[in-house]
Design a protein around this ligand. Structure first.
Ligand SMILES: O=C(O)C(=O)Cc1ccc(O)cc1
Ligand SMILES: [Fe+2]
Length: 463
């Protein structure tokens, strides 16, 4: 049966869903499963994630035509996919139009090899982080419901199986640039990761690195979006995935979002969260564990203050997309220390940030040492809208953040470490400080670029 009604790219066999799809129901997302990267040199990026960011390479899928590496730190899982070289080297043909509905992997797999399991092979010409994969209760049901709502599917429900069971997935295109979402159901799978992947390391044993680098999960994913698209993006996620608005600041305007538009900073931030809202209809036991949620932040640049880091991302990435990901750590000082020693480069605000009387006091009040924070470029922001009295000092809510320099050759995607001490939003002061340090970096980049005379040479400088 061909149920391709002009939205998906494939004709495929489809077993009718037993559960009638509800026309107004969004997908039933239960948890974030992994985030995938598409890079020219998967080994290099995976190596960086292991040696610098202390992720564990725990599963791999290596075939003649594909290289997919899975890395984990706490509940944060990245899948690094090798994308084809557009210059024609290692070029592998795309999956055939008659995409199989069922894929067998492992010993009895026969000849079939899909280049990028659980994802599409993007045609991006730059390294990119482009897929946020969610576990869902029922892929076919979500597919039916979302397709009815006009969602564009790139891979129809497809089942992959090996000796440990089966997994069904489907890939859809989001409304943000090259961002896709894989919806996956792995309730019928007993293996450690996904069919097709060889598990390299069953026990991610707690080594020294893990104790001093206690990253537990993805805290937030920030999209860089073109001007005046925030509303459209929010509506899409609300309508299709049931995301709900998360107010970054108590004074934030419902329509305008959280706006900083002065002193050279022109930024509109709007945030959404997903797990609370998708609880209706979910029966997965994993939900009861109350896993921490991951927020989605939409960043839009405002025209009045000149060119900025969101504009730079859009230009260098050549599309809207994931600009950075916040990794939650229980101890930002030790985590950034270990990572810096391993070669991670962080942005630092000007030293004056830490010596300014108000900030110094704020840092000390929170029980931190300004000099130690300064060593690593860690920013601290206290929630100013809380009711605080001297007695409630230990109840003071604040957050600590530090931002890495871009991790790919292009000046695009970066990582962030975040430690939350009761503060759930994003600190305005931190955003301002980050903004200034990134802006200074961009100015340097321009100089380096001019001096080096070539894009490749300039790209080396951000490594
Ligand atoms: O503060 C954060 O961590 C954010 O995620 C907000 C943000 C978004 C985009 C930027 O270019 C800078 C800061
Ligand atoms: Fe962030």
């Amino acid at each position: 049966m061909n149920i391709n009604k002009g939205q998906g790219s494939f004709a495929f066999g489809h077993a009718p869903s037993l559960i009638a799809s509800h026309p107004n129901m969004a997908a039933y997302l239960s948890r974030l499963h992994h985030i995938s990267l598409h890079v020219l040199n998967a080994e290099k990026i995976a190596n960086d994630l292991v040696s610098k960011f202390k992720f564990n390479l725990f599963a791999a899928r290596l075939t003649d035509t594909s290289r997919q590496l899975a890395l984990r730190k706490g509940a944060a899982v990245f899948v690094v996919n090798e994308r084809p070289d557009r210059r024609g080297l290692n070029e592998v043909r795309n999956a055939p139009a008659s995409y199989p509905h069922r894929i067998l992997v492992g010993k009895h797999a026969g000849g079939h090899q899909s280049r990028c399991l659980y994802d599409i092979s993007p045609s991006s010409s730059v390294d990119t982080v482009s897929n946020v994969c969610f576990e869902v209760e029922d892929v076919e049901r979500s597919f039916d419901a979302l397709r009815d709502l006009g969602c564009n599917f790139l891979v129809p429900p497809t089942t992959v199986e090996d000796g440990n069971g089966r997994v069904t997935y489907s890939v859809l295109k989001s409304v943000v640039g090259n961002v896709c979402h894989t919806l996956i159901d792995r309730t019928n799978y007993k293996g450690a990761f996904l069919p097709g992947f060889d598990v390299l390391q069953k026990d991610c044993s707690l080594g020294e690195d893990d104790k001093s680098c206690p990253i537990t999960h993805f805290d937030h994913i920030t999209y860089a979006c073109p001007r005046q698209t925030t509303q459209q993006v929010m509506r899409w996620y609300e309508h299709l995935f049931g995301f709900q608005r998360f107010f970054i600041d108590s004074n934030e305007d419902v329509d305008e979002g959280f706006v900083i538009n002065q002193e050279g900073i022109g930024l509109r931030l709007t945030a959404m969260e997903y797990w609370k809202c998708s609880k209706a209809g979910i029966t997965l036991p994993s939900l009861n564990k109350k896993e921490p949620d991951c927020k989605f932040v939409i960043a839009e640049s405002l025209p009045e203050q000149g060119r900025n880091q969101v504009d730079t991302f859009l230009e260098k990435h050549r599309a809207p997309g994931i600009q950075h990901i916040g990794l939650y750590t229980k101890d930002i000082v030790s985590t950034s220390q270990i990572m810096a020693e391993a070669g991670v480069q962080f942005f630092s605000p000007p030293f004056a940030y830490y010596t300014e009387v108000g900030k110094q006091h704020e840092i000390e009040e929170a029980g931190h040492n300004p000099q130690i924070l300064a060593q690593h470029g860690i920013l601290l922001d206290t929630n100013l809208h809380q009711e605080s009295s001297p007695q409630s000092r230990e109840n003071r809510r604040y957050l600590l953040q530090v931002f890495t320099k871009p991790i790919f050759a292009e000046d695009t995607f970066f990582l962030e470490l975040i430690e939350r001490r009761g503060a759930t939003g994003f600190g305005e002061g931190n955003i301002r400080a980050l903004w200034r340090s990134v802006q200074a970096h961009m100015e340097n980049e321009k100089l380096d670029y001019k001096e080096a005379g070539s894009p490749e040479a300039a790209a080396q400088t951000v490594q």
